[in-house]
Design a protein around this ligand. Structure first.
Ligand code: 2BA
Length: 112
C-alpha cells in the first residue's frame, strides 16, 4: 500500500478530486500553505494498493500538472501600460498548474 501526497494549486483541486473520486479513489484534502511563497495550496492524501499508484498519478498529472493555456489580455497591459487601450484583446500563452507529489509506503491501515 502507498500513500500519495500531492500538493496542488488551489485552482486544480476540484477537478482533480472529482476525477479521483469517480475512478474510485478515496481522498482526504488538507488546506495548506507553501512555506516559501506563503501561497495557499491544497494537499491531498490518497492511500491505494501498489498496483493502483500509476493510475492515480495519471489522474493527478492530467488535472493538476503543469500545462499551457490560452488567455486573452488587453495589449496595453501586456506592454506594461497602466491604462487599458481600445485595441482588441490578444491571445497569450500562459502556464498554469503544477504539482509536487510524494509517494510513501504505508505499513498498515485500520478502520475502527
Ligand atoms: P515548487 O517546487 O513547485 O513547490 C510548490 C510547493 O510545493 C511549495 O510551496 C511547498 O509547499 C511544496 N513543496 C515542494 N517541494 C517540497 C518538499 N521537498 N517538501 C515539502 N513541501 C514541498 P513553497 O514552499 O511556497 O515554494 C514555492 C516555489 O518557490 C517552489 O515551487 C520553488 O520553485 C520555490 N522555492 C521553494 N523553496 C525555495 C527555496 N528554499 N529557495 C529557492 N526557491 C524555493
Amino acid at each position: 500500500m502507498k500513500m500519495i501526497m500531492a500538493i496542488l494549486h488551489k485552482d486544480d483541486e476540484l477537478e482533480t478530486i472529482e476525477e479521483l473520486n469517480i475512478a474510485g479513489y478515496m481522498v482526504t484534502k488538507l488546506a495548506t500553505t507553501g512555506g516559501f511563497l506563503k501561497k495557499k495550496s491544497t494537499t491531498i492524501m490518497v492511500v491505494v494498493d501498489d498496483e493502483k499508484v500509476a493510475e492515480a498519478l495519471k489522474i493527478i498529472k492530467k488535472n493538476s500538472g503543469e500545462r499551457k493555456t490560452i488567455t486573452y489580455a488587453n495589449p496595453a497591459l501586456i506592454s506594461g501600460q497602466s491604462s487599458m487601450s481600445a485595441a482588441p484583446s490578444v491571445p497569450i500563452n500562459v502556464q498554469v498548474g503544477g504539482s509536487t507529489i510524494f509517494v510513501l509506503n504505508v505499513e498498515q491501515m485500520e478502520k475502527y
